[in-house]
Design a binder for this molecule. Structure first.
Ligand code: ARG
Length: 280
């Protein structure tokens, strides 16, 4: 009787210890690095077991991601992500969220990777790993069609200093407008108006609340196209940026699969997808 009890107690204690272990590893950020290292070779196995890969994005960034009429997320990134899912033989699930929540959500394991026209930056590299790049882009200035704003990067930085600049929150355009040196910006004391989407930024530029928008090249063209004749994008490139997919640190096997797909798509295939979704 006593022995049985002791065994049962030992079993309970073991389960307890295991459960505690598990919850420490999933909830405690400090522990997650070590945990990810051990599971570093099996991220792909875990995804295959789930039968599903989860992509985090912000679907307010055409042509890379946008909401279609049926409510689904479409775009260049969704197409490339589908190829990743196909390669793994699993379903693709896309989770739409605010852009400035994506990196933290990925770190917290709310998705397997992020595909969001996301620029590789030093700051983000401290938190996540990036795949090889698949798109080259720049921050551009969008103004009202009747604006006479023009000039090279330095002239625009000077002209935009002290102005009302609309941006999408948490993007490199946001940092640039705020004069963040790591972006190469020399803008001083601008009033940065942070919006959740480029569409909202465009609205406030069109109605005069903002003097300019700083945003990535293709999305700049897309919002100009969507605002029939009211807005224009200036030719000057403020930055040189590379987009890549992001994954949690130490998931080399998943990164390798994504890089295979990126290698297939980079260049012509990505250009075709951009053209296809710019028209949509
Ligand atoms: N390339 C910019 C960045 O990484 C903007 C990306 C915005 N993407 C989006 N899906 N809203 O900060």
């Amino acid at each position: 009787m006593k022995k049985k009890f002791a065994l049962a107690l030992a079993a309970i204690m073991m389960t307890g210890t295991l459960a505690a272990c598990g919850s420490t590893n999933t909830n405690d950020n400090a522990g997650s690095t070590a945990d990810n290292t051990t599971s570093g070779t099996s991220a792909v196995e875990a995804i295959k077991e789930k039968g599903e890969i989860v992509m985090l994005t912000n679907a307010a960034f055409p042509p890379f991601e946008y909401l279609a009429d049926d409510g689904s997320v479409q775009g260049v990134d969704a197409d490339i992500a589908q190829a990743v899912a196909d390669k793994l033989g699993v379903e693709l699930k896309i989770v739409d969220m605010d852009f400035d929540s994506i990196v933290n959500s990925l770190k917290a394991g709310k998705g397997d990777f992020a595909a969001a026209g996301m620029t590789i930056t030093e700051e983000r590299l401290k938190q996540v790993d990036f795949s090889d790049e698949y798109v080259t882009s720049s921050q551009m200035v969008v103004v009202r069609a009747d604006s006479d704003l023009e000039g090279d990067k330095d002239a625009l930085d000077t002209a935009l200093s002290g102005k009302n600049i609309a941006v999408q929150a948490g993007t490199t355009g946001d940092w640039y407008a705020g004069g963040d040196e790591t972006t190469g910006s020399t803008i001083e004391k601008a009033n940065v108006l942070q919006y959740k989407s480029a569409t909202e930024a465009a609205l406030h530029l069109a109605n005069g609340k903002a003097d300019a928008i700083i945003i990535d090249q293709k999305p700049a063209e897309a919002i100009v196209a969507a605002n029939d004749g009211k807005l224009k994008v200036l030719d000057t490139k403020l930055t040189d940026e590379q987009y890549a997919f992001a994954v949690q640190k130490n998931q080399e096997d998943l990164l390798a699969v994504i890089n295979e797909v990126v290698a297939e798509y980079k260049g012509d295939k990505v250009d075709e997808l951009i053209t296809k979704h710019m028209g949509a």
